[in-house]
Design a protein around this ligand. Sequence first.
Ligand code: PLP
Length: 458
Amino acid sequence: MRGEEDVKKQSYVIKPHLRKDLPVISHGKGIHLYDQEGKRYIDGCSGAVCASIGHGVEEIVQAMIDQAKKISFTYRSQFTSEAVESLAKRLSEWAPGDINWSFFVNSGSEATETAMKIAIQYWQEKGLNGKNKVISRWMSYHGITMGALSMSGHVLRRKRFIPLLEEFPVVSPPYCFRCPLAQTFPTCKLACAKELEIAITRIGEENIAAFIAESIIGAAGGAVVPPFGYYQEIREICTKHNILFIADEVMTGMGRTGANFGIDHWGVTPDIIALGKGMSAGYTPMAAAMVSDQIIEEIAGGSASIMSGHTYSANPQSAAVSLAVVEYMEKNQLVANARLIGSYLIKELTGLKQQFSLIGDVRGLGLMVGLELVKSKESLETFPLQLGITNRLIAKAMEKGLLVYPASGGLDGRAGDCVMITPPLNVSIEEIDQIISILEATIQELSIELIKEGILQA
Ligand code: PLP
């Protein structure tokens, strides 16, 4: 067996960068992570916007043990379990409108891909076999598996696989900071939402199953919040043209933005919701495609079986953990906390924006907040990607004991820098102050370096 020393000497794990080492994690508690060298990090991004209740929560550990003592695995075609039934019931209470049904999977990519398959099958059950395209937006990320990547308008992540991908991203993102249509809200009259109707007309609604969008754009844009009225318009267009609306809530769902789901901020009910990440707060892989009564009734009255599923779908061990996470969130009112602390975080970051020319925009809702970095506040010019400004900021913050999350900025996906601050939803005001103070020191240091290198003007 390889001991700790060996792990450091030789690793056979394929890591994100094959020539770079990573610190070895030891343990975590609350918003803190500790590596084996004893260094402490503030988890300012909940890992990958995932660990929403912080680390080492006793109730969750207990729920894991309790469920493991009963049963850890059953196959979804042979048994259901109390854990999975209770979780689905709880999620139906969290979800808007008649979104009551959960198809459990293991990752956000599987959730969006399952959502796509359900949408296509729904129309097939109605005899409309041609409706199988899913329209999406540029500046979006719906996952890394081929179906999910086909829907993703993430230029860099698509690039290597373009010949294998469907050309699903067709409409502009609601990115007011750099409006892709060169307009300004509200005089634009939501031209970016209306673009969806133009796209539907061009492609033909008889060929389209659904439109998918992240309610607030995450990794592809750094917490881009659409303007008021955007999703009401999208909902109307989808309904008018017989197209299902899939809200990708993998990052924004389960309280992250200070509402149960990001889409709740617009008071809109989609037809399908994709969930992941915060659903189990990182304690176990768990995700779901949630669908409306109407969709289930249609399929139940037809083939009565959704053509999808994975070996680990709806396994009781993960369901019990996820249920414990949801109960913990309810007991500690973490959705309200995300709303409250999130507005404090945005206020403090706006203060930093006034202090540093490097910060072009502060945006987000609840505890999903993005900073877009610019070369000049006047021109909003972006840095070329090869300068790696985002990664430099992230590495500096990590050196100082703060983890922040990378995102893309800029219009074409080939230039632009963003980081996201997305701490666990039970973060306190004092902890936010610590995050801000490290971030301030980080941006100060980076700005000085960039000025010296002639990249940023003094
Ligand atoms: N959808 C959104 C909005 C995401 O942010 C992500 C991951 O970051 C995914 C889907 C894919 O989730 P996963 O990485 O769990 O497959």
